[in-house]
Design a protein around this ligand. Structure first.
Ligand SMILES: Cc1cc2nc3c(=O)[nH]c(=O)nc-3n(C[C@H](O)[C@H](O)[C@H](O)COP(=O)(O)OP(=O)(O)OC[C@H]3O[C@@H](n4cnc5c(N)ncnc54)[C@H](O)[C@@H]3O)c2cc1C
Ligand code: FES
Length: 256
């Protein structure tokens, strides 16, 4: 159940020139149960900024919660400047996350992430693994410096990588990776830039593989009140991304 609570930052680790890993714990009491693909609305106490920022739950277990934050503007830069001991107010967990049951032992799940869109896939892979389903990660970035927390992902599953400049793994986009031509999966789940998720969804549709996408639409309230996150599905019906998503079946939402 969602709660408003203060999180105390316990550590901040730089993960690239423009991103950090925030480690935190509930300042009082326990963290609520969080599922893979859910997110938190984190308050930003920057002057002139009233809105909270939606950030995926990267991992949540043993009383600790992790967030991977890419600095793109005022709010994310404020979050990235936090230090151990600081307090950040949060509303969490929000939204409907990824499906993380229903595959049998021996079935294979492919988790495709690009940029900071890899964030929700760490906990997702762990949940699959705990059910006996080995996750394969396919992670893409512009260069090796844009691939975040590879070692953490390697602790959870097999990791394959593409970079656009060829500095690590296979050169190109995730959908160019050779494993997509050579291997079969029962389910594909993805989060990252929209063009990447569209290509992944197209690949899945051509292969007849179920696919889920996690949208990162702009959000204000995060709880279904302002409707600024709404997106039209393939039939033209409005979907409220913060409450009905952010995770949707690809065939419901991706148009081409
Ligand atoms: C469900 C969800 C989960 C997310 N998870 C993460 C996460 O784990 N880590 C992370 O770093 N970011 C995540 N984001 C994106 C993050 O919320 C935005 O980057 C952040 O709100 C930007 O705020 P800002 O004040 O730094 O930037 P602003 O000053 O508001 O904007 C700076 C630039 O970023 C663009 N921008 C703002 N919001 C978004 C967005 N949602 N998608 C794409 N571009 C945007 C603006 O158009 C502008 O160009 C997530 C978004 C959603 C909806
Ligand atoms: S962000 Fe306000 S309704 Fe979704």
């Amino acid at each position: 159940m969602k709660r408003i609570l203060d999180l105390r930052i316990t550590a901040v680790e730089r993960t690239s020139q423009t991103s950090v890993l925030l480690r935190a714990a509930a300042a009082e009491g326990a963290l609520p149960e969080c599922r893979p693909g859910q997110f938190a609305q984190l308050s930003v106490e920057e002057q002139g900024t009233l809105l909270r920022r939606p950030i995926s739950i990267h991992e949540a277990r043993d009383g600790e919660i992790l967030f991977l934050v890419q600095e793109v503007g005022r709010g994310s830069r404020w979050l990235a400047r936090r230090r151990a001991g600081d307090v950040v107010n949060a509303v969490l967990p929000l939204g409907h996350g990824f499906t993380c049951q229903g595959l049998g032992r021996g079935e294979r799940v492919l988790l495709v992430g690009g940029g900071v869109g890899v964030a929700p896939l760490l906990m997702l892979g762990r949940w699959w693994r705990e059910q006996g389903v080995e996750p394969t990660y396919l992670l893409g970035g512009r260069s090796k410096d844009h691939l975040l927390r590879l070692d953490a992902f390697r602790e959870v599953g097999r990791v394959e990588v593409t970079t656009e400049d060829g500095s690590l793994g296979e050169r190109g986009f995730v959908t160019d990776h050779s494993l997509l031509r050579q291997e079969e999966f029962s389910l594909i789940q993805t989060c990252g830039p929209t063009p990447m998720m569209k290509s992944v969804a197209r690949y899945a549709r051509q292969r007849g593989v179920p696919c889920e996408v996690s949208l990162e639409n702009h959000m204000a309230c995060g709880v279904g009140a302002c409707l600024c996150c709404v997106t039209a599905d393939r039939e033209g019906h409005n979907r409220c991304v913060c409450t009905e998503g952010p995770v949707f079946p690809a065939e419901l939402i991706m148009n081409d």
